[in-house]
Design a protein around this ligand. Structure first.
Ligand code: SF4
Ligand code: SF4
Length: 130
């Protein structure tokens, strides 16, 4: 797992991502730590238990909550305008792609922000693959 140097302002990430929402549509799971549920329930004006039951199931390791979504479906909180729960999105999304285990070559192809982060870290794809 890598932890690359961040841009100083989160704003910069949004500017670089622009209208790309590719990572919200990739196969995989969106995990919330149990303590992240309160912020989401609050944002959605829902009772925490109702929110958990409506949107989540237990992750395989039973430590986190996984958003319920069909195979190949985008994140259920993605709209045409982007993430509808941006302020309450989980660390998994906040940390993407700074802390990630996805294949770097694929990230290079699909993620503009990852390319910028490598530039900022003075790294090339080859450096990461050493
Ligand atoms: S919670 Fe928001 S940022 Fe995270 S995958 Fe879903 S739409 Fe994307
Ligand atoms: S992190 Fe990468 S894949 Fe996700 S929205 Fe930004 S540029 Fe697109």
């Amino acid at each position: 797992m890598r932890n690359l140097i961040r841009f100083s302002e989160e704003e910069n990430d949004s500017q670089i991502c622009g209208t790309c929402t590719s990572c919200c549509r990739w196969d995989g799971e969106v995990l919330f730590a149990p303590q992240e549920l309160d912020a989401l329930a609050d944002l959605l004006h829902m009772d925490v238990r109702d929110c958990a039951e409506k949107f989540f199931e237990l992750s395989d390791d039973r430590r986190n909550l996984r958003l319920r979504m069909g195979k190949g479906d985008p994140c259920p909180f993605l709209s045409e305008k982007g993430c509808t729960i941006y302020k309450a999105r989980p660390d998994q999304c906040r940390n993407f792609p700074y802390v990630w285990v996805r294949e770097e070559a694929k990230l290079m192809e699909e993620c503009k922000l990852f390319k910028e982060i490598l530039k900022r870290n003075n790294l090339t794809l080859q450096d990461l693959q050493k």
